[in-house]
Design a protein around this ligand. Structure first.
Ligand SMILES: Cc1ncc(C[n+]2csc(CCOP(=O)(O)OP(=O)(O)O)c2C)c(N)n1
Ligand SMILES: [Mg+2]
Length: 445
């Protein structure tokens, strides 16, 4: 056997050993493992979060070149000042009636969340997810869109449906997977789908909605339509490949899509550092793709509205995609299956320097004389009673485990236009087995 090859390998290793000896004075490589600043038992201190003055990052022209507005990706768009007045170039100048609707919708969302959380604890459904502290990012954003613009939500934007006046009873029927559930029990509770309300089916697989929103926007543009799409995901979800594929496509084709990252600091028990927040902002991801990027105070409903309006006008005028980061905080657990006291400091939400979105909007309205504390307290009670009434209505259609759901055989339907023989057989077998199990009087419900 020719021994040239082994010889050349040994030469190579010998050379590498020599090189190694010259590196002996280097310290060994090591990895950085992100660690949240505060854990249970600590008192959170958010002193390092920079909250710039209102208008420190003024509103650029909607046609600005992305390269000319990089500052906006590192700043914080704000409208509501510490004195609760709306100020600066981003102030959307909404009239009092519109602001009152915004507040009402955010409060309704909060009342709905509270009620459904409680329903899960009472065993009426298996799962629920609240959006406490993030209400502005779904309500104010939706108000800045047209009704026929298409929304691609993650699981924490039930505020879109509430803002678009989707019937609460239908949301509850879905949560209970009961016989009134428009989705026939085929989706996990809270994973709504409402085509007629411009609300794309929620998927549990994180960030799949990102490329879908781009595809929808590209289709709209290629048809010469005027509708745009808007998509939401969380900070953790930006680590998914789909996030980056979507931004690449949108940048290449200048698609009329608005990317939104709701940076609530947490992805279940992982903090945002695991998605890269220790190095830069999520809005700054836009810079690498050459698209517009805005970082916004997510608890300032007027700033959120203004940013969305800016991006929507830009997209509608063929200015292409924008990436908006809403800097906010997840006030409660990830879902009903989560216990945040196991991994983060207590009272973090109360210490969050950007406050609470509902309180800030309310304080603004009170300050300008368009609302009062008494009206506010009365509205909270009114909405809570309203949600309770709707809940009773939904529960007439059934709750978890009480048997009132769509007939079992419907699970075989809606896939094929004509049911193939093998599914017919399986369906018949299932019904037979149910009869055997529950007796001859049993009827498929
Ligand atoms: C592809 C995929 N990976 C992991 C999960 C499990 N998972 C569900 S929610 C979640 C956290 C997502 O955090 P973030 O994107 O910040 O959204 P938030 O819940 O904070 O709104 C994870 C890891 C999943 N559903 N899909
Ligand atoms: Mg998150």
């Amino acid at each position: 056997m020719d021994n040239k090859l082994p010889e050349s390998f040994s030469q190579l290793w010998a050379e590498m050993d020599m090189e190694q000896s010259t590196k002996d004075n280097l310290s060994p490589l090591h990895l950085h493992i992100p660690e949240p600043k505060f854990r249970p038992g600590d008192v959170a201190d958010f002193g390092d979060i920079i909250v710039p003055a209102v208008d420190a990052y003024p509103r650029p022209d909607e046609h600005a070149m992305p390269a000319d507005i990089h500052r906006l990706a590192y700043g914080l768009v704000r409208v509501l000042g510490d004195d609760h007045q709306a100020m600066g170039s981003w102030n959307p100048g909404l009239d009092n009636a519109t602001l009152q609707v915004m507040l009402r919708k955010m409060l309704l969302l909060r009342a709905f969340d509270d009620r459904m959380f409680r329903a899960q604890r009472q065993g009426k459904t298996s799962f629920y997810m609240k959006s406490f502290g993030e209400e502005a990012t779904s309500v104010a954003t939706t108000m800045a869109l047209d009704f026929d613009d298409m929304c691609f939500p993650s699981y924490r934007q039930q505020g879109i449906l509430i803002t678009r006046d989707y019937p609460l009873v239908d949301m509850m029927n879905q949560i209970y997977s009961n016989r009134g559930d428009r989705l026939k029990g085929r989706q996990l509770p809270i994973m709504y789908s409402a085509k007629d309300y411009g609300f794309f089916s929620i998927s549990g697989n994180l960030t799949t909605q990102y490329p879908q929103a781009v595809g929808w926007a590209m289709a709209s543009a290629s048809r010469g339509d005027t509708r745009i799409s808007a998509v939401w995901c969380g900070d953790g979800s930006t680590a998914e490949g789909d996030f980056h594929n979507a931004l690449t496509f949108a940048a290449v084709y200048n698609a009329p899509v608005i990317f939104q990252v709701v940076n609530n600091q947490w992805a279940i028990s992982s903090f945002s550092g695991f998605a890269g927040s220790e190095r830069t902002t999520f809005a700054a991801r836009a810079i690498g793709y050459g698209i517009a990027g805005l970082r916004v105070d997510g608890n300032d409903a007027l700033a959120v509205y203004a940013a969305m309006q800016w991006a929507a006008n830009r997209a509608r005028n063929n200015g292409g995609p924008t990436l908006i980061e809403y800097f906010t905080y997840r006030g409660e657990g990830h879902s009903t299956s989560d216990d945040p006291s196991a991994y983060r400091a207590a009272e973090e939400y109360a210490l969050w320097p950007l406050g609470d979105p509902v309180t800030r909007l309310k304080d603004h309205l009170v300050t300008i004389g368009a609302w009062s504390d008494a009206q506010h307290d009365a509205l909270i009670i009114e909405l809570s009673e309203y949600v309770k009434t709707i809940q009773k209505e939904a529960e007439q259609n059934g709750i978890l485990g009480h048997g009132l759901h769509h007939p079992f055989e419907t699970m075989f339907e809606d896939v094929f236009e004509e049911m193939p023989w093998h599914l017919k057989e399986q369906c018949a077998q299932m019904l037979e087995e149910q009869q055997d199990k529950f007796g001859p009087d049993w009827e498929a419900r």
